[in-house]
Ligand binder design. Structure first.
Ligand code: NDP
Ligand code: MG
Length: 394
């Protein structure tokens, strides 16, 4: 069997590194075709030396010159490219079969879409891409016969618990509800009045998962679960009312599917992203991910509770945006990216993330989407509106 050629967009991030860890366990099956990074160029150089890709992509030309010289010195033939256009070219490169979409945020939309339009096997971690351009994205998947496999642990769990015939609709497949589990983040038990004092370090210290800073903050506000609710609606052709969120502090059940006959299927595992990554890489087969077996006796109990809307207002904002449709989800996503960045820079407090998101979502009416320019324009207008909010409040 020939080696599967894998491109990792966002190789220097948390998901990128976990992907390379799984790939390195199976040199007989996978070869790294291309790697991309953005600010951690030293790390990208080390990854290139270890995985010997055909190409590497960085953000700007000075980084490309530095990396090219460094790799040549090490005797590597890796070609170094730079810029947003190069990311799209590498994502669509006919020499690769599989693309791991693990760039964080809106920057991942165009390269991920390029991979879809090239008909690749696309491993989707970059949920923001699907949140922003859901309808266009799923239409492109169908038109270009791409294989879209979810990496987000909840969606990967749902995918594993779904019957193979969901294209006929959830009702025809006998599915009553999707149950999306959430850890509740580090502040699920904090007194509400203390949330105003949360620091970026506290928000980034997730109790169960080790992740990049943006998604860690999103988990703490539960905007992450809101983005995942939208993601689930697109991936599984569900309405927001068919997706229920359950706080499950242990993060052992990664999500569940509730069927009309009363069966509820769940996927369990240790909270380690190498499990969904290995699942999506090998599907429909299974490969070793390096994750240790789940010890249920050590876990001993599984708890569930309903999310508190007062503590986590971002979850309702996501439902509101999905109901509004059109550009609303792109607007919410962009506002949230600006808000999280401002929080990480200590320009706004933790509770202001939700306030900014609500203000921007309510100030920009949802417009219908027929092409990508409208999505990118909504993203741009939302960022401007968010910056105006920051200017008025700080
Ligand atoms: P990280 O911040 O750890 O990594 C992000 C990656 O994107 C890095 O390689 C970074 O490069 C690159 N990047 C950042 N900005 C740009 C840009 N403007 N252009 C090109 N590349 C860029 O994030 P995670 O790995 O945690 O998350 C990646 C995606 O996966 C997110 O969409 C997240 O929601 C999703 N996800 C993550 C999970 C996790 O456990 N981490 C779980 C489920 C989903 P550099 O580091 O060199 O700057
Ligand atoms: Mg998730």
């Amino acid at each position: 069997m020939s080696l599967q050629q894998v491109t990792v967009l966002g190789a220097t991030g948390s998901i990128g590194l976990s992907t390379l860890d799984v790939l390195a366990r199976h040199p007989e099956s996978y070869q790294v075709h291309a790697l991309t990074g953005h600010s951690r160029i030293e790390l990208l150089a080390e990854l290139c030396v270890r995985h010997r890709p055909v190409c590497a992509v960085v953000g700007v030309s000075e980084q490309a010159d530095w990396l090219q010289a460094r790799l040549q010195r090490d005797g590597l033939a890796t070609r170094v490219l730079w810029g947003a256009q190069a990311l799209c070219e590498v994502a669509a490169d006919p020499r690769s079969d599989t693309v791991m979409a693990a760039i964080v945020g809106a920057a991942g939309l165009e390269p991920t879409l390029a991979a879809v339009m090239a008909g690749k096997r696309v491993l989707l971690a970059n949920k923001e891409a699907l949140v922003m351009g859901g309808a266009l994205f799923m239409q492109a998947v169908r038109e270009h016969d791409a294989l879209l496999l979810p990496i987000d642990s909840e969606h990967n769990a749902i995918f594993q618990c779904m019957p193979p015939t969901t294209h006929a609709g959830l009702a025809r497949a006998g599915v009553r509800r999707i149950l999306l589990t959430a850890s509740g983040g580090p502040f699920r038990d904090w007194p509400l009045e203390q949330l105003a004092t949360v620091t970026p370090e506290q928000a980034c210290a997730h109790p169960n998962w080790s992740m990049g800073r943006k998604i860690s903050v999103d988990s703490a506000t539960m905007m992450n679960k809101g983005l995942e609710l939208i993601e689930a609606c697109w991936l599984f052709d569900a309405t927001p009312d068919q997706v229920e969120v359950l706080v499950h502090p242990q993060s052992v059940i990664h999500s569940l599917v509730d069927y009309v006959d009363g069966s509820v299927l769940a996927q369990l595992g240790n909270p380690d992203m190498r499990t969904p990554i290995a699942h999506a890489l090998a599907w429909p087969e299974r490969i070793d991910s390096g994750v240790s077996p789940l010890d249920l006796l050590a876990v001993s109990r599984l708890d569930f509770r309903a999310p508190d809307p007062e503590r986590f207002p971002c979850l309702d904002l996501a439902r509101q945006a999905m109901h509004a449709g059109g550009t609303a989800c792109a607007v919410l996503n962009a506002a949230n990216e600006v808000a999280v960045e401002a929080f990480l820079q200590q320009r706004i407090g933790f509770v202001e993330i939700a306030e900014l998101n609500a203000a921007v979502l309510n100030s920009l009416p949802a417009e219908p989407v027929t092409d990508l320019h409208q999505v990118l324009d909504a993203d741009r207008r939302s960022r401007q509106s968010a910056r105006d909010w920051l200017g008025r409040h700080h």
